[in-house]
Design a protein around this ligand. Sequence first.
Ligand code: ZN
Ligand code: MN
Length: 472
Amino acid sequence: MYMSDKYYTTIGLEIHVELNTLSKMFCGCKNDPDEEIPNKNICPVCMAHPGTLPVANKKAIENVIKVGLALGGNIADFSEFDRKNYFYPDIPKAYQISQYKYPIVSGGHLLGVDITRVHLEEDTATSSHSNEGSLVNFNRAGVPLMELVTEPCIHDTDTLSAFAHELQTLLRYLNVSDANIEKGQMRVEVNISVSTDPNKLGVPTEVKNIGSFRSAVKAALYEQKRMIDLIEEGKIGEIVKETRGWDDAKQKTISQRSKENAEDYRYFPDPDLPKMYLHKAFDIEKMRSELPELPEAKRLRYRNDYGIKDEDIESYIEDRELGAWFENLATVLSDQTKIKTASNYITSDYLGLKKSNLEVRLPDIKNFAELMNMVADGMISSRVAKDILAMIVIADESPMKIATEKDLIQKNDEGALKEIAKIVIDANPVVVATYKGGKENALMSLVGQIMKETKGSANPALVQKILKELMV
Ligand code: ZN
Ligand code: MN
């Protein structure tokens, strides 16, 4: 991100997350924003029929508390729901049930970013527009929506991106949301300002309609440049507090509306919902003790226990199934060097194979460990190990059996290799002459042919030694 002595960029994030509860926030409708039939999961409550009353979803509140505990935030003793008034077709009551003065969570940190608050509200309906008119689908209306707000304490896009990714991972570990950003289950809004005074924030804009982590970074960079350009042109007055939308096709932000202030929404406590005394309604300390191992703790444990590369660790953090499998494998291997080698095969070879073939599955731990032991014992070359790995991730069987059947056990039999070397030398007089003429590289072409001849089972170092001896 562009930083200089002249300009100070400050970013705060507002992240909305759809919680994966079975039912909606204030009614018994199924929580399924993916439902393809429009207006299927609706009822008089989420359609705001007169006389209906909301009942809060306890599981959704519990999920927000879990997030708060995982972030090290403070769980409010007293909390309540408020009405946030605004008139728009996607909100049938003409107000959104949200939280204003008393959010469930205040404070907390993640990757060094300070959290202001985490509260609970309801999602809106979705609208679609065409030449024939506009349609509103209420399947999503009333889905539990968690809103997390950070302090304006981010000054570079690496931190922005790392924070958003880490939050996504955390939500998945806590099993409160799938947090798929492309599906809109996690929505990132970027509040950004540029100032010429390090002690004062500039006029901020808020960028919405961001569909990926990459777009969040691009939107921040675009806004930063737009603001700096305006300041440089002496048009600082044209930077106004407003909501802008990210246009992914045009790769730019577009002004949508001037930003409302809190007072515009006329927040007031919702009289239809009871006040919440969270420390009475929930056993907070029990919930804290029951939190799963979180990504940061897991990273630390992997670093200490296995001494593997940070990039490898990230693969296991992101893919929990793979991480659990690797932990079991490490127990079986119980040797630091073998574990490190195994981790290389998993993160580069196995994950590479998996990307290109949907049939690729994690093999039986016993078989994978056997393969690693064969490598460690010098029984097979790393080339052969990769080939066998590619086989056992499709049809899981014993690597020892495969190697024996296919005659892939590394040949350290000098006599046998010498015979093959002689044949290859005789068949390649030109290469031999080139080598003898001083071109050391020509040797590798002969080594390659012998490796091919032995299906990769020859020990390459031994082959080189034999060739050199034969060609003096
Ligand atoms: Zn409903
Ligand atoms: Mn909100």
